[in-house]
Design a protein around this ligand. Structure first.
Ligand code: GSH
Length: 198
């Protein structure tokens, strides 16, 4: 299998963490900047986005959620998404974390606009507020503290790692101090260390 990824991408990091956690071998990880519009990526994902997993028969899987569910089902006996089809609240919690990753990436895109005058204070504030509200909610619902490693925790670790990497100015630890403590432990996992964005 081939995984098109970038080390700054939080979606890619979730996939790379799962590959390591499940001990999946034979994945060729190909560092890819989606903005380069490389033919290899565009041929298999018309969206031009990463992560994209190409199976051994050539079939492409995207987006990250599809890849994560595939890996868990094929190699993990559904240990990470164990709630599938049974627990709609847990599904919504997963959507919340995924949506927060979207907000954090949208915030980066807003900040990367070429001309400063074109950056929107409205959208910047909206993404930041969603992040702070969402993390406070996760803190209050105790989502991070479940026994065993879940897909929620994996994606939450990648989300928080990405916020620290790209949005150090966002003072999320003030609204979610218990999550900050949780992250300081979680960051020591070998898979987290091995996939730290640079
Ligand atoms: N919903 C997608 C989002 C993937 C995504 O937006 N990836 C970014 C990198 S973090 C990307 O490839 N951006 C290129 C673009 O938007 O054209 C997923 O979960 O995989």
């Amino acid at each position: 299998m081939k995984l098109f990824y970038s080390d700054a991408s939080p979606y890619s990091r979730c996939v790379r963490l799962v590959i390591r956690h499940l001990g999946i071998s034979g994945v060729d990880e190909i560092m890819t900047n989606p903005m380069d519009n490389g033919e290899d990526l565009l041929e298999i994902n018309p969206l031009g986005k990463i992560p994209c997993l190409q199976l051994n028969d050539g079939a492409p899987l995207f987006d990250s959620e599809v890849i994560l569910r595939y890996l868990d089902s094929e190699f993990g006996e559904d240990q990470l998404f164990g709630f599938r089809g049974h627990n709609w609240i847990a599904e919504s919690h997963f959507s919340l974390i995924k949506g927060l990753i979207d907000s954090a990436v949208s915030l980066s895109q807003e900040q990367m606009r070429e001309e400063e005058g074109k950056r929107s204070p409205f959208w910047t504030g909206r993404f930041e507020q969603a992040l702070l509200r969402g993390l406070q909610h996760i803190e209050q619902t105790g989502l991070a503290v479940s026994p065993g490693l879940t897909i929620h925790q994996i994606c939450l670790g990648c989300l928080l790692g990405y916020i620290d990497f790209r949005h150090g100015e966002l003072e999320w630890r003030k609204v979610a101090p218990a999550l900050a403590v949780w992250l300081s432990d979680f960051e020591h996992l070998p898979a987290m260390k091995a996939t730290r964005p640079s």
